[in-house]
Structure formats: C-alpha cells, structure tokens
Design a protein around this ligand. Structure first.
Ligand code: C2E
Ligand code: CA
Ligand code: CA
Ligand code: CA
Length: 279
C-alpha cells in the first residue's frame, strides 16, 4: 500500500502538491474567518446611462491575518467545495440586508438595489427561502431592494426546484439577475421560464467588444434577447469610455466597472450618493 501511495504521488508535480497543500491550509484558515472578523463586504456601484448610481453589487473580501487580502476568485471555490459557502453566504446576506436597512433610512440611498451573489449550493438548500425570509425580517430590510445574482450553471440541474424558489422570493419583492451571461450552459428554452429581472453580460464580451466584432455582435444580441423577454441588461467590467459609448448605443440599461467605480466600502458608497444628490 505504501508503494502504491508513493507511485500515486508521482502523478503530481511538486508544484501541484504545494498548491494542494496551500489550498488545504487556506480552507482551514477560512473555517474560522467569520468568527475572527476577517471577512467584510465591499460594494461596487451599478449606474444607468447618465451614470447615476442605481444599485450596488456586494462582493465579499477576506483579509487573511498573514497573507493579506485573498481574492474571492480564490477562496469562494474552496468554500463551495468544502460546504463553508453556506455559512459565508448566510453571513453575506445578513450584512447586505443590514446595509439595505441603513441605506433605506436615508432619502439619497432609499432606492438603492443591493445585489448579492448566491452559490448553487446555497440555492439547493431545502429551506433557502425560509432562511431569506428570516434574514429579511430580523434585519428589517426592504425585500424590493434585495437582488440575487445566480449563474447559468446552477440552473442546469434541479431547474424546477430553482424556479419554485425564485417565484416564492419574487412574490416577496426580491429580484433576480443572471450573472456572467453567455459563459455558461445557456439554454434559451429555460431562459423564458425563469422569473429573471436582468441579464448581466459577462465581462469577457465587454473586454473585446471594440476589438472583436463577434463580441460586439454577441453583446448586442444579448441586449435584444433580454429586452424581448422583458428583462433589463447590465454590462459588467466596463473600463473605458469607448466601451461605455458602445454599450449605451447598444441600449444597455445599466453599467458596472472600474470606469465608474471599483468595489469600495459602504461608507464610501454613502459619500458618493451624497455628492450625487437626489434623483
Ligand atoms: P462576479 O460576480 O462576476 O463579480 C465581478 C468581479 O469583477 C468582481 O471581482 C469585481 O471586483 C470585478 N470587476 C468589477 N469591475 C471590473 C472591471 O472594470 N474590470 C475588471 N477586470 N474586473 C472588474 P471580485 O470581487 O474579485 O469577485 C470575483 C468573483 O467572486 C465574483 O465574480 C463572484 O463570482 C465571486 N464572489 C464575490 N463575492 C461573493 C459572494 O459574496 N458570494 C459568492 N457566492 N460569490 C462571490
Ligand atoms: Ca456577480
Ligand atoms: Ca459577473
Ligand atoms: Ca465572473
């Protein structure tokens, strides 16, 4: 058995072993991160064509005591694999709802929508709807200000169950966006059955929209498709004025990206709203 084990190990390069060990260590550290207050939320503005902030996307941040900031692109997949995403997702929802309540108390931020990323594993919990109801009621957040971002891959299996949960939440006022649209297993047949409010065009199409005509064509087609299904469109990853102009001319409804603002603290969002004034 020992020899077989040694042979099996040879399948991995030393670099792969180091990476695997690093992710095991990271996962172990992540386990207590909420309790140790190492997680916080940033919020990235979502603006309309005249650049008025109409919403924000909540993005989780982990400040590791030794490694410093760890990207969610790195730790969210680990959290999904280990199941820790359930606790992290619950914590994110509580924080976001508390922030909705705080913003709801001020005229300049009352109408701001807060989008929260939901993992497939969270959505698959039998009592997901019940959990959302309890967070909403204990925070006192207005459900009409809460929006969930789902990805295409999670709609691929258990579609009926997901649709039922979406309908229950929609009945209370919660909105839904389909995130990273165009990168997953799109099936146009389920798209029309899902109670979605928005499609978010994936950043990969935006990045190349001005250099590859095919990406520009896809971006325009997504806008047309969404509008004909009664949905709005958000373009994400907008970094340049030229991209903004192209997307606005293509009738995108909302925009998100470094061109307008990076993800930042809730206090910074409040300050930006104050300078923006009432709409
Ligand atoms: P996402 O949902 O697609 O979020 C957008 C990502 O694009 C964010 O990265 C954001 O900071 C980045 N971004 C925004 N504007 C620009 C831009 O103009 N250019 C470029 N190149 N990037 C831009 P971030 O914050 O690192 O998050 C990465 C991913 O981690 C998210 O992708 C999402 O899938 C996941 N994630 C983040 N927070 C949560 C969470 O609370 N729950 C779950 N389940 N996933 C989360
Ligand atoms: Ca998202
Ligand atoms: Ca996205
Ligand atoms: Ca993404």
């Amino acid at each position: 058995a020992k020899a077989a084990g040694r042979n099996a190990l040879r399948l991995f390069s030393p670099q792969m072993q180091t990476q695997a060990a690093a992710s095991v260590a990271l996962e172990r550290d992540l386990r207590g991160a909420i309790a140790r207050n190492e997680l916080h939320l940033h919020y990235q503005p979502i603006v309309d064509a005249d650049r008025t902030m109409t919403g924000v996307e909540a993005l989780v941040r982990w400040n590791h005591p030794r490694h410093g900031p760890v990207s969610p692109a790195e730790f969210i997949p680990l959290a999904e694999k280990s199941g820790l995403i359930l606790q992290i997702g619950q914590w994110v929802m509580e924080q976001a709802c508390e922030q909705i309540r705080l913003w709801g108390a001020r005229p300049e931020s009352r109408r701001l929508t807060v989008s929260v990323n939901i993992s497939a594993r969270q959505m698959r919990q039998p009592d997901f709807v019940g959990q959302v109801i309890s967070v909403l009621s204990s925070s006192g957040a207005n459900p009409f200000r809460l929006r969930f971002e789902l990805t295409e891959s999670m709609l691929f299996s258990d579609t009926e169950d997901v649709i039922e949960k979406m309908n229950d939440l929609k009945a209370m006022g919660v909105g839904f966006s389909l995130d990273d649209f165009g990168t997953g297993y799109s099936s146009l047949s389920y798209l029309k059955r899902l109670p979605l409010d928005q499609l978010k065009i994936d950043q990969s199409f935006i990045r190349e929209a001005l250099t590859h005509t095919s990406d520009a064509t896809i971006a325009k087609a997504i806008v047309g498709l969404a509008h004909s299904l009664g949905m709005l469109v958000v373009a994400e990853g907008v970094e340049t004025e030229a991209q903004h102009t192209f997307l606005a001319q293509s009738h995108c409804d909302s925009f998100q990206g470094y061109l307008y603002a990076p993800p930042c603290s809730a206090e910074r969002i409040t300050a930006l709203l104050n300078t923006q004034g009432l709409d």
